[in-house]
Design a protein around this ligand. Structure first.
Ligand code: ADP
Length: 634
């Protein structure tokens, strides 16, 4: 019989599974049990929605059968089953193929990452077995089909008998034991029992174990007869079937949360934070939420879908319900179980459900308060969180015209000139100097870049702290906030910092008056690139810097112009020159005799100032030629 080929990505994944060095081979069991449970969920939920009362929850079960003689482990369910096409589509192609990207195939580390990050599900069977048979009969169908594969060479689908009704039976022939690994341990009832307890305890359908009757009786099972099966009495049902979110808080161990989270949300790391919350009254629900330790690979991409699993009185009604989570907390994973929702509710109705909105706003408050207390009580953990998801909080402040800014402002952090570490806005304000009116920030691609900006000189001199903004969204977020504790946010490059004393201002005014012609000439030399050339009040040792007038800063110009399709914007540039720098005296004296030089130097100074701001030189060749000319000497 012709073997069908696996789709190429599936084949690679399969190869990985077969040759896996992954240490947690045991997870194959939880994957298969979880598939079985999903299949029952599907059938049960559909039956309920369709008003089919022929099915009872108590009829459903998942069975494990271990046959030491045949060296097989069988996992059966009486869920929805699969048609011939479904067998082909579901098991011939991996579900997640779109998001599966193999990077460095040769690196062993990748092995673990792929297995951990994507629910490899069914294929994990190949980590422990060399021959896999899946017999399945779809609910409502009389025909059954058998999918069979020995690994990467391919698979076959034939029609077969399946007398015990709808559902799926998976028969794993275990690999030979090696020195390093005893695959036969997966035939041991106690080992299986403990694996079920460890990974699948909360599964809401009974998981039962069957053993050879003959073996149970005489301990050998080698009587040559057809195997007889019997449920192992003392452990009829291996799992407690109580979902974690219904157990009392003190009855659930961290390890249980951990396993539950990893299995359900396909993460290979333990969650950073577990949040349990329940309420009664206007909205009755239990929620079990998790904040991941690391942002998923696709988190900041369009592919990412937020959402929580939604249960109505213990029955899964939606895998990923986006309406339960505000965008700013889209990184949260978890489960919400509510008695208020009807099982028959459709997705469309769900979107407008008042109950759901209530739950969302409660969860939003809860997540916020948990994060705030983490920030207060476990700074290190919070900083880990913030490094992964801080960007999302900043987007959150900016999004929807600042609708969530009050909620989020105290959760924000920026690196600041105070010890070059992350600081909250509250901490910044508490350290403000007595004479300091505003909150200052500076933008740039990197911390080093910002630290070297000439505009920071005077502020540093005065001992004012500066927030360093390195993410594109940062300045937009602060602009959206406008102020914090009544202190206005000010970009250190804006032209209205107003830092000098009255006396200093008078002095500058006088100098401006004296140098009016020179400054105007310099401005004209720049052919409209700047709105003005002014004498700077903030430079100490640098000769020039660029500041901006009006609402758009240089950073915003960069960010906005990098977005596709936006109309181009230009910040109103002002060239500031340091009146105490020797270069200014040189310009003054040149202005008397050699105006052409002043023009050239002004252009050079402007280019330098823009370079420092991180802008490219418009005409690099002309610029370097000029520098060379200067080096050679006039
Ligand atoms: P995932 O569970 O992440 O979708 P799997 O590779 O584990 O990926 O399974 C692929 C698909 O095969 C499932 O989505 C499901 O449709 C189907 N499937 C797997 N196991 C069963 C089962 N026991 N009963 C019915 N369908 C199943």
């Amino acid at each position: 019989m012709a073997l069908k080929q696996f789709k190429s990505e599936s084949k690679r994944l399969l190869d990985l599974m077969i040759n896996s060095i992954y240490t947690h081979h045991e997870i194959f069991l939880r994957e298969l049990i979880s598939n079985a449970s999903d299949a029952i969920d599907k059938l049960y939920y559909h039956a309920l929605q369709g008003g089919d009362t022929g099915l009872n929850r108590s009829d459903f079960a998942i069975t494990l059968q271990a046959d030491k003689d045949a060296r097989t482990l069988t996992i059966s369910d009486n869920g929805c089953g699969m048609t011939k096409e479904e067998l082909d589509n579901n098991l011939g192609v991996i579900a997640n193929s779109g998001s599966l990207k193999f990077k460095n195939e040769n690196e062993k580390q990748e092995d673990i990452d792929i297995i951990g990050q994507f629910g490899v599900g069914f294929y994990s069977a190949f980590m422990v077995s060399d021959d896999v048979t899946v017999k399945s009969r779809a609910y409502g169908s009389d025909e059954a089909y058998c999918w069979h594969s020995k690994g990467a060479e391919g698979y076959s689908i034939t029609s077969c008998k399946k007398e015990d009704g709808h559902g799926t039976t998976i028969i794993l022939h275990l690999k030979d034991d090696t020195e390093d690994e005893k695959f036969s341990e997966y035939l041991d009832q106690y080992r299986l029992q403990s694996l079920v307890k460890k990974y699948s305890d909360y599964i809401r359908y009974p998981i039962r174990m069957m053993m050879h009757k003959s073996r149970l009786k005489d301990g050998t099972g080698k009587d040559g007869k057809e195997p007889e099966w019997e449920t192992v009495d003392e452990m009829e049902t291996l799992n407690s079937m109580v979902p974690l979110w219904h157990k009392k808080k003190n009855e659930v161990t961290d390890e249980e949360y951990d396993n539950f989270y990893r299995e359900k949300f396909m993460d290979w790391q333990a969650p950073l934070k577990v949040i349990r919350t329940s309420t009664e009254g206007t909205a009755t629900y239990d929620a079990l939420l998790f904040i991941p330790s690391q942002a998923p690979m696709d988190y900041y991409s369009r592919d990412f879908e937020k959402g929580l699993q939604l249960y109505a009185s213990g029955v899964l009604i939606m895998e990923k319900c986006p309406d339960l989570l505000p965008d700013c907390f889209s990184f949260v994973k978890g489960v919400v179980d509510s008695q208020d929702l009807s099982l028959n509710i459709s997705r469309e109705m769900l979107q407008h459900d008042r109950q759901l909105k209530l739950i969302e706003s409660r969860l939003e408050k809860k997540i916020k308060s948990e994060l705030a207390s983490m920030l207060q009580n476990d700074r290190e953990k919070y900083e880990t969180f913030y490094k992964n998801f801080g960007l999302q909080l900043k987007f959150g402040v900016y999004a929807d015209y600042g609708a969530k800014k009050e909620l989020l402002q105290d959760l924000l952090m920026f690196v600041s000139s105070h010890e070059d570490k992350l600081t909250t806005l509250g901490e910044y304000v508490s350290r403000m100097k007595e004479d300091q009116k505003d909150i200052y920030y500076a933008c740039g691609d990197s911390l080093t870049h910002i630290q070297q900006l000439p505009q920071t000189e005077l502020l540093r001199d005065k001992g004012y702290e500066i927030l360093y903004l390195t993410d594109n969204v940062d300045e937009f977020a602060l602009r959206m906030l406008g102020s914090y504790q009544e202190k206005t946010f000010k970009n250190i490059s804006s032209d209205d910092l107003d830092l000098g004393t009255e006396e200093e201002k008078k002095e500058t005014e006088q100098k401006v008056e004296e140098n009016k012609d020179l400054l105007n000439f310099m401005k004209d030399s720049l052919d409209g690139k700047v709105k003005a050339v002014v004498l700077s009040q903030r430079l100490k040792s640098h000769p020039v810097c660029i500041s901006t007038e009006g609402a758009v800063t240089l950073e915003m110009e960069k960010v906005l112009n990098a977005m596709p399709g936006n109309e181009k914007v230009t910040a109103q540039r002002v060239l500031e020159i340091n009146v105490n720098h020797p270069i200014f005296r040189r310009l003054q004296s040149l202005y008397e005799g050699d105006k052409a030089k002043v023009k050239e130097y002004t252009q050079l100074l402007y280019t330098q100032a823009m370079l420092i701001e991180g802008f490219p030189v418009e005409d690099p060749v002309a610029y370097t030629n000029k520098i060379c000319e200067l080096m050679v000497g006039e």
